[in-house]
Design a protein around this ligand. Sequence first.
Ligand code: GUN
Length: 319
Amino acid sequence: MVGQRQSTNRMQPTQNVGTRRNQEGLNLVAKRLDGKAIASQVRSEIAEKAIKFLAREGMKPHLAAVLVGDDPASQIYVKNKRLACEKTGLESSLHLLPATTSQSNLLETVERLNADPSVNGILVQFPLPKSCSEREVVLAIDPLKDVDAFHPYTVGLIVDGTPRFLPCTPAGIQQILIREKIETAGKEVVIVGRSHLVGRPLSIMLSQKGPHADATVTVCHSRTPNLEQHCRRADILIAAIGRPEAITGSMIKPGAVVIDVGINRLADGRVVGDVEFESAVQVASAITPVPGGVGPMTIAMLLENTLKAAALQHGEKFN
Ligand code: GUN
């Protein structure tokens, strides 16, 4: 499935039944799918399109980020998204609200951004303080500015097979597969995790008819018996459960492609994925590292959605 392989003479963990060896008896380890490099490529393509958009329309595509409260992780996420906009030639604005903000205050902010023609995309960073309903906020965002692709109208278009915006993490995963020339048609894809953010939309996208899809998709979740058996059937295994190193090498079919969506910080400060990298890398043919795999792609796809939103709002086609 993935041509380029690296060899190593590292010893494999003894319990790892799927370790692959070449003719000389050396262990074969998986190719690292470099999401950071792919994201950088995607961002430079967006930057070129943003320059052309500015020349045509006299404005930069504009992402408005709404941050409620002072959650440190959310502050970093929003800062990184705004930085990425700046580097790519997109406009960004930050709309800060205190943690004590009422729901109606937050909805007023969203309505104001909906009505502002200089704003093309709206991102309300989650989680919100308990006093605010994320569902109500998602419903309030104009679907034409829904660059997170969370609105039920946007999701409906995806299910319908006529997507407008794709959710950023699933779109980033699909881009990794496309750009690494990993075929999905006819493949067994197993997604572990059924979240609205990743697992569910990705299952719809990859099972759809058409290019970069056409897969046979299984979605596993907390009530799935025999998780290991499902995982071991996968040609492409996607881990999106938010549990550190829950998927181990013994759960992976030799030669499978493994996409790790997890970003988990351990007590000792290490950041690990949902896949145990050390054992998985001995069995898979290709794997996304954490960090540096899916994570960077998510922001790149948010920029892409903002550019697309701007184009659509100006009556342009987008491809
Ligand atoms: N919080 C964690 N991930 C996301 C995301 O993709 N979008 C928004 N709006 N909030 C988040």
